[in-house]
Design a protein around this ligand. Structure first.
Ligand code: ADP
Ligand code: MG
Length: 627
């Protein structure tokens, strides 16, 4: 993969002008804000001296509470207290079925593609909830730094797809933040460790947070990071450890899993998390559980038992690490340094297994909670133009391939995963019918070959292609991904110059509704896909019926049908063909197929009689009875 170094024109500022820029780690579990002061990057505490802001928002009748207070309120007010919304951001209502199993909140009816959670303050989207967290961090930074922020760098998991990145930017827009760039979290960690000053070679970044696991393989070469591969699991983290302990407690205490007793479950999860964190320092954790009936249960969990509970999860992270190394084309012996990121890398078993796999002690010098925010702050400082001598920017890779649909429901990849961004790639296509005046362009994301297995990002049409024979038009489809990983697709028929495009791009100053409509527009295509497929199936069926009828009529229509009967069948046949050619509505085609079948019913019966007669000729009846 090519090394990429760019300097952004117009970013440099006069030396005396210091712009206030911060990095924000918008985490599933905890969020942080950091900045560079006196050439040192540091996270900013709140008034109580807390650096971590729990990513929890409690909605009230007259406002919202964010952070620790909200986290504490979760037990009493679970339905209005939203946590881990990062797992939901940029997801459609349909996607939610995959993650919503144990979500305690009430979701509003599905007339919206973006999930809406019912709270006492009305329905809210994960975008709005994330915006509340960002607002608090913004305010903290502005109060601490004494001025208005000029821009921010927000980190996202390497696994985030276009919709999730877009939704994160929308949240920033709602929080009135100017986003310089979204940055992959592992990349930020590498910047934080300043590994560009160190020995050259391969670096692995192992990030195990509350809700996600990311592994990135980087190569440091001549002071520049080359991203060789990223991988991981967007639904694996410390939350799973909590879940495993909670399950253990239920089993040990003989408590029926009261999944719909939200208050009890929230309390249980908190207890599980506290026990887990205790086990990082101690060999045992004592557990004191108040059961739903008011009685209590005491137990003790040892480090060894805990290790057994989480062994499979940790093993999965090692397997994903092995895969990422393979993707990167490097052997684990080639890895010079391993960086640990995320609160869950404090778990002793995790450190042990990672050290064992890579055959070296991982870096843990920088607080694993803060390392991502610190890297983001360093990057924000450069982008704000506060370091005019250092305009070299570390760039990221595309986490999932981007392509378009071609004939037969296949995906043609135009930009493959792990390509460094920004990037622009074009490919030429043509028409397959004479005189075709429009083509449909369906933009997809994913590694699978079939459209059905990929994520539908957008769909648009290029119209007004001048009539030409099939194969003559030259249609250039161009994909451009900017530094945030956001996509713009355009199509142009080059001989006539007609063009069309879609943008999956940030736009500032949008209203809440507009943002949602945009997201809805980018997600609803999944439904369109299904409708298109159903229509295609009906068309294929219609062709099959017409072809079979034509063949039959050519063979024996004159023998079996009088002129009037023949005309009736042909009228029904021609009507069906017309509907198919016009790509009529699916139900109309279905009805026309039925109609044709009805019109030819007695003809089909006569043909069957005839063929039975022919088959029986020369045979005795009892021969058939034996069959
Ligand atoms: P995210 O990036 O998903 O927001 P973090 O990096 O903040 O997550 O990590 C949060 C996770 O780390 C939580 O599951 C939390 O319980 C876990 N964690 C924090 N401190 C400890 C500890 N001392 N021992 C074990 N796990 C911890
Ligand atoms: Mg994290």
């Amino acid at each position: 993969m090519a090394l990429l170094q760019i300097s952004e024109p117009g970013m440099a500022t006069a030396p005396h002008q210091h712009r206030l820029a911060v990095g924000i780690d918008l985490g599933t579990t905890n969020s942080l804000v950091a900045t560079v002061r006196n050439a040192v990057a540091e996270t900013l505490p709140d008034q109580d001296g807390q650096h971590l802001l729990p990513s929890v928002v409690q909605y009230k009748k007259d406002g919202v509470t964010v952070g620790q207070a909200a986290s504490e309120a979760a037990r009493e007010d679970p339905l209005n207290t939203l946590s881990s919304v990062k797992r939901l951001i940029g997801r459609s209502v349909d996607d939610l079925k995959l993650v919503a199993g144990h979500l305690p909140w009430k979701f509003a009816g599905t007339n919206s593609a973006v999930p809406r959670i019912k709270t006492i303050a009305g329905e809210v989207t994960p975008i709005e909830t994330s915006a509340e967290i960002l607002k608090v961090l913004k305010q903290r930074a502005e109060e601490t730094l004494g001025g208005e922020l000029s821009g921010v760098v927000i980190t996202v998991p390497a696994y985030f797809d276009e919709a999730q990145r877009q939704a994160t930017k929308d949240a920033a827009t709602l929080a009135d933040l100017n986003v310089y760039r979204l940055l992959n979290e592992p990349t930020a960690a590498a910047i934080a460790y300043g590994l560009d000053q160190g020995r050259e070679g391969v670096i692995a970044v192992y990030d195990l947070g509350g809700g996600t696991f990311d592994i990135s393989i980087l190569r440091l070469n001549k002071g520049v990071f080359e991203v060789l591969a990223t991988g991981g699991d967007s639904a694996l983290g410390g939350d799973d450890f909590d879940q495993a302990i909670a399950q253990w407690i239920l089993t040990e205490s003989g408590t029926e899993a009261a999944a719909d007793d939200y208050c009890f479950m929230r309390g249980l999860m908190q207890l599980a998390r506290d026990s887990k964190e205790k086990l990082t320092e101690s060999e045992t954790a004592s557990i004191d559980l108040v059961l739903p009936d008011g009685s209590s249960w005491q137990g003790e969990l040892s480090r060894d038992q805990f290790d057994q509970l989480i062994e499979a999860f940790v093993k999965n992270t090692i397997l994903a690490s092995r895969r990422a190394l393979r993707d990167a084309g490097v052997k684990k012996e080639d890895v010079l340094e391993v960086i640990m990121v995320g609160g869950s890398t404090r778990v002793p078993l995790v450190r042990e297994k990672v050290a064992e796999f890579f055959g070296r002690e991982p870096h843990v010098e920088i607080d694993p909670d803060k390392v991502v925010a610190i890297g983001a702050a360093l990057q924000a400082d450069v982008l704000a133009g506060n370091k005019p001598d250092d305009e070299t920017l570390l760039l990221d890779v595309i986490p999932l391939s981007l392509g378009i649909e071609t004939m037969g429901g296949l995906v043609e990849k135009i930009i493959t995963r792990n390509t460094t961004i920004p990037v622009a790639r074009a490919q030429e296509f043509t028409t397959h019918k004479d005189g075709q005046s429009a083509i449909a362009i369906h933009v997809l994301q994913g590694e699978r070959e079939l459209v059905d297995d990929s994520r539908s990002l957008a769909r648009f049409e290029l119209r007004g292609i001048p009539p030409m024979v099939a194969g003559a038009p030259r249609i250039e489809v161009k994909f451009q991904v900017d530094a945030d990983g956001l996509l713009n697709v355009s199509a142009e028929e080059t001989s006539s110059g007609v063009q069309a495009s879609v943008e999956v791009k940030p736009s500032y100053g949008l209203s809440d509704e507009e943002i949602e409509a945009m997201l809805r527009a980018s997600m609803d295509h999944a439904t369109e896909d299904m409708q298109a497929r159903a229509l295609r199936e009906q068309e294929v069926e219609a062709y099959r019926v017409i072809e079979a009828l034509d063949a039959a009529m050519e063979a024996d229509a004159d023998d079996l049908l009088n002129e009037e009967e023949k005309q009736a069948i042909l009228t029904a046949r021609d009507h069906l063909q017309e509907l198919v050619c016009e790509h009529s509505e699916m139900n109309a085609i279905k009805a026309a197929i039925k109609n044709l079948e009805k019109a030819s019913e007695s003809y089909v019966a006569r043909r069957m009689n005839l063929s039975v007669k022919q088959a029986m000729t020369g045979h005795k009846v009892d021969e058939f009875e034996k069959l």
